[in-house]
Design a protein around this ligand. Structure first.
Ligand SMILES: C[S@@+](CC[C@H](N)C(=O)[O-])C[C@H]1O[C@@H](n2cnc3c(N)ncnc32)[C@H](O)[C@@H]1O
Length: 252
């Protein structure tokens, strides 16, 4: 498992599952399910799960992980549901989907059409500006801001998590509950090294795009990297991060 996977499985999934609390009598639709790790957790509690992703390779992995889930290839903007399935799901869920969706408002409208009257729509997504490192890492913070500008310039929304309640309300849902699920680690936590590697990996992976688009210079990225490498050795180092989560109901 890579650093991101370790963090998700250990830091985030338990809290997300608790917040979602799928019940044994519920039919759940999970959108943007990816490789299906979290979907498998939903399926361990729910009556039945249908899951959708546009990435066929991810779906193959997901199918091998939890054969009891019905995985479908498709786009969240045009859900691959049969006529009789619309309006029949008890819960429609999407985590880490809206940040990269072409039209998040349209995805929420699709979700509202898929859920039954009185059913739940649950959204969970990133708020990348909420990332906080302490003691401060000035070079890293500048590189992170450049990464977010680059991310957004490619049609993504780095702070879509803040918009979740607004998106639900615009889609016609009654917003019931919002939460921030924390994703925090400090020096001494066994997961701390994974979190630092993840940050280094994000900047390293985006290096060519950041340089090519003029979002940062090589010197700035190198400084950020070496600053983080020294920072991670500090006994007082901590990383604070939150996932924004909200739940709404389709009016009955
Ligand atoms: C970061 S992964 C999240 C996986 C899973 N939901 C989780 O929280 O662990 C985002 C997934 O959304 C999928 N995705 C992005 N846009 C999509 C769209 N318009 N329709 C269907 N899937 C989409 C991607 O293929 C990817 O597998």
């Amino acid at each position: 498992m890579d650093d991101c996977g370790v963090l998700l499985r250990q830091l985030l999934d338990p809290g997300c599952l608790e917040a979602l609390s799928p019940r044994a009598d519920e039919l759940v639709l999970d959108l943007g399910c990816g490789e299906g790790e979290f979907t498998a957790r939903i399926a361990s509690r729910a009556r039945r799960v249908v899951a959708v992703d546009r990435d066929a390779r991810a779906l193959d992995l997901a199918r091998s992980r939890s054969p009891q889930v019905e995985y479908r290839l498709g786009d969240a903007h045009a859900l691959p549901l049969r006529d009789e399935e619309w309006g029949g799901f008890d819960v429609v869920h999407a985590r880490f989907l809206l940040e990269s969706a072409r039209d998040p408002a349209n995805v929420v409208v699709q979700m509202m059409r898929a859920v039954r009257r009185g059913g739940r729509v649950v959204l969970a997504d990133d708020d990348h500006e909420a990332l906080c490192l302490w003691p401060e890492c000035h070079h890293f913070s500048r590189a992170w801001a450049a990464y977010l500008r680059c991310f957004d310039s490619r049609g993504n929304d780095s702070i879509v998590g803040r918009r979740l309640v607004e998106l639900l309300a615009a889609g016609g849902a009654t917003a019931l509950r919002n939460r921030s699920l924390s994703f925090d680690v400090c020096a001494g936590d066994p997961l701390f090294a994974h979190a630092v590697e993840r940050l280094l990996g994000i900047l390293g992976g985006a290096r060519d795009v950041l340089l090519g688009g003029g979002f940062a210079t090589a010197a700035e990225l190198d400084l950020a990297r070496s600053e983080l490498a020294a920072w991670r050795l500090m006994s007082g180092a901590s990383i604070w991060y939150v996932l924004r989560w909200t739940q709404g109901r389709r009016p009955g």
